[in-house]
Write a protein that binds this ligand. Structure first.
Ligand code: F0G
Length: 455
């Protein structure tokens, strides 16, 4: 059969909030033109994030009833530990309530204010947690990774030469840890190849630097390796996962993504010294070793989520859903970061609205228009998030993007068609998109609370 179907059927429904254009114009105004400030009951299709928005399976909900809420030694923890060890192979598994908590716990063990941390591209909370300790986060994507139009299989890769140069420049003593993020979320949701993971590991290990993987979307990355990297066509995804992690000393995860659940995170490592430090921090910052800030029932849902996410029928549908949306959009001329990732599509706002300068926020203008037109909430990843002024001079980030993140197992084919129609309509009327300005901003991670208006 040619028709690709969702590999699940629906047992419980959640009603969508349907609003009118007039209502949405009012809601936009009330939320100061920042989609983060919209109440979710004013959003019809929520593409703000794929994080914590997964629809759980009936098996996960059933397991939740079986959660063992013991403070110490919960049976649910051991199921979670076995599940993480099964795909990652790591010895020590330390749960946290979400990804940024894992970052905070780990970084406060290994970093000081003099430290430098290389990564293909840091996610904003990872960057924020490193900045918060006074250390320096360096993004080392490849040149092809920052060219939205270029089609290449692994645009999430780390630039290995830049990594080597960075270590030589700062000295290995200042680099207590090296990271790579799979898939490279801030770099356009692009995958990292097995070869690149192996080479990153070799370079870091040559200098005795521990290598950790930020692995929120590890199964999606593994599936792209299966589809795109020579030699892995017939390898089961679970074995690809195990090989990816075999090159690392540890991993950090926001389980809100490929954990197929609504919350959770972990630090996993083979490094006894780092694990010991994390365990101490965990108790102060998160909770006891066998729950790390989570309800134990959430560990049950995760243990099952980790088996469901490596199911290749699921991954085929997941990647198929975003690939199909990308095809509908590109056929209509909408400029996207290509090839499509799995968890999100990224509109290239610079080419979508070339009449709006980066300092007038083309991505924010497109996001607001998608909401106004169709009640779709998307997220700007561009000048609102990363732009800044230095000595009166505007410094723009390399890309102006709008992310359409796709929650796992939530939206059906007709929802995806509706999204395509809205984006295409916004694109066909793109000359009407208006430049914007910021009217208020916070000092740190301003995009979450920023207030905007039209110029
Ligand atoms: N690392 C990556 C690559 C992420 O994408 C995220 C979260 C985190 C770390 C932090 O995890 O949210 O559980 O604390 N990304 C979400 C997103 C928020 O929308 O992309 P968290």
């Amino acid at each position: 059969m040619k028709t690709q179907i969702e590999p699940f059927k629906i047992k419980t429904v959640e009603h969508l909030y349907i609003t009118t254009v007039e209502q949405r114009e009012q809601y936009l105004k009330e939320s100061s033109y920042n989609p983060f400030s919209l109440r979710s009951d004013r959003v019809t299709i929520d593409l703000l994030t794929d994080s914590g928005t997964t629809a759980m399976s009936s098996k996960q909900w059933a397991a939740i009833m079986d959660g063992d809420e013991a403070y110490a030694g919960s049976v649910s923890y051991y199921k979670f530990e076995d599940a993480v060890r099964n795909f990652s192979g790591f010895k020590y598994i330390i749960p946290t309530h979400q990804g940024r908590a894992a970052e905070k716990v780990l970084f406060s063990v290994v970093l000081n204010s003099d430290s430098v941390v290389p990564n293909n591209t840091h996610f904003d909370t990872t960057h924020g947690n490193i900045d918060f300790l006074g250390a320096t986060a360096l993004d080392l994507p490849t040149d092809e990774g920052v060219q939205p139009e270029l089609i290449a299989p692994f645009k999430g890769n780390m630039d290995i030469q830049k990594l080597e140069n960075t270590i030589k420049k700062y000295g290995k003593e200042r680099i207590p840890i090296g990271l790579t993020t799979i898939t490279n979320n801030s770099g356009g949701g692009q995958p990292v190849s097995m070869q690149n993971i192996r080479e990153t590991s070799e370079v870091l290990h040559k200098y005795g630097i521990p290598f950790f993987i930020d692995c929120c979307r590890f199964a999606e990355n593994a599936y792209f390796i299966k589809l795109r990297e020579k030699g892995y066509e017939n390898t089961p995804v679970i074995d690809i996962c195990r090989e990816m992690f075999s090159y690392a000393d540890g991993a950090l995860m926001s389980c809100k993504k490929d954990g197929m659940s609504n919350t959770g995170g972990f630090i996993a490592t083979n490094n006894e010294k780092i694990a010991e430090g994390c365990r101490t921090n965990l108790i102060i910052m998160e909770g006891f070793l066998t729950y790390g800030g989570l309800a134990r029932r959430d560990l049950e849902a995760l243990a099952i989520g980790f088996t469901e996410v490596v199911d290749e029928n699921y991954l085929k549908y997941r990647v198929g859903q975003s690939t199909e949306l990308a095809k509908q959009l590109t056929d209509a001329g909408v400029p996207l970061v290509l090839p499509a990732g799995a968890h999100a599509l990224y509109i290239d706002a610079k080419r979508f609205a070339p009449h709006i300068k980066p300092e007038h926020f083309p991505g924010q203008s497109i996001s607001c228009e998608l909401y106004r037109l169709a009640g779709i909430r998307a997220c700007e990843i561009g000048s609102i998030m990363f732009g800044r002024y230095e000595n009166g001079q505007y410094i723009a980030p390399p890309m102006e993007l709008v992310r359409l993140a796709i929650p796992r197992r939530v939206y059906t084919k007709s929802h995806m068609d509706y999204i395509a129609e809205a984006v295409i309509e916004a694109y066909n009327n793109r000359e009407k998109l208006r430049p914007m300005k910021i009217t208020w901003e916070a000092k740190f991670l301003r995009h979450f609370t920023v207030k905007c208006d039209y110029l």
